[in-house]
Design a protein around this ligand. Sequence first.
Ligand SMILES: Nc1ncnc2c1ncn2[C@@H]1O[C@H](COP(=O)(O)OP(=O)(O)OP(=O)(O)O)[C@@H](O)[C@H]1O
Ligand SMILES: [Mg+2]
Length: 353
Amino acid sequence: MANILEVKNLSIDFKTYAGDVHAIRDVSFELKKGETLAIVGESGSGKSVTVRSIMGLLASNAQVKGGTVKYHGDDLLKKPEKEMNQIRGNEISMIFQDPMTSLDPTMPIGKQVAEPLLIHKAMNKEDAMKRALTVLDLVGIPNAKERMKDYPHQFSGGQRQRIVIAIAIVDYPQVLIADEPTTALDVTVQAQIIDLMKELQRKIETSIIFITHDLGVVAGIADRVAVMYAGKIIEYGLVDEIFYQPKHPYTWGLLNSMPTLDTAGKLEAIPGTPPDLLDPPKGDAFAPRNPYALQIDTEEMPPFFEVSKTHYAATWLLHPDAPQVEPPAAIKTLMAKYDEVAPQKVGQTDGKG
Ligand SMILES: Nc1ncnc2c1ncn2[C@@H]1O[C@H](COP(=O)(O)OP(=O)(O)OP(=O)(O)O)[C@@H](O)[C@H]1O
Ligand SMILES: [Mg+2]
């Protein structure tokens, strides 16, 4: 199936007083129609910067050092701002990390939801309001018709989150990017929002990039997963491959400390902290925190090793000459389940899982 979006060898620096922050380091991934890709990783790993580059919304001190972001084959990084304005919020839409601040407190919500249509599609006001009502219904705002004239403060936090999603999807975007849309919400609302996104995907065939710290929510929503660490993707695969055949010790660490939706616990941090991206280590950036680190991890960056046609991991442990190591017990338990869960899913990359 054709790729809607293809990020290739993307590298982004930020100029700061202290020097250049190497925030994104040679990142590549793809997104197919109707598929959900989850990007997971600790704070500061580069998730938001990656998707902001797709939206053409990088901070002014950002410098793209290399790579391409192809959307239907066209490099978005080369598009003039005027063309990006047409694509942004129209074909590619983003639900921002802090949804509560992205609503205008002075404008009725019906008008706010309709606004992108007036801007991008030059739709007349009546049709735009009709579509706004359709999506407000779709995202589950009760009595949407009567409530179109209400202001954001008249809605609950969960409802405001839904309104933000309504704005993001009102143009029926081909790509919807959700940057950690659930953290500020209670568990029940989190689960509802995730269900809602899946329903939207069925209805409007949107491809989704879903960013989260929480591997627990990934299982229910993603077709594929990219695990990021210190500005790099260190493991990439189908969701079952990441959960039941994880190869990188960092992925093991994430899975090991995975909160569940029931406990809604924050990710229990893996001991240690990520490296300073002003001066990233020359080998595997995770090595100083990695109980399984080999000598070579501190010396040379591991390449991607192919685990399957859909699964890659950048760890020297996959080198044929590497010593065999025992993953943590919890990971071995997961691995033992792989044969039960995965056979019918491996190789299925069309995102209709
Ligand atoms: N405008 C900027 N100037 C300098 N450094 C920046 C800028 N924006 C981001 N960074 C740095 O880039 C790195 C990646 O940041 P990013 O926001 O993508 O992280 P993230 O994975 O989204 O984290 P979180 O989970 O906390 O949202 C971080 O080290 C951050 O400090
Ligand atoms: Mg972020």
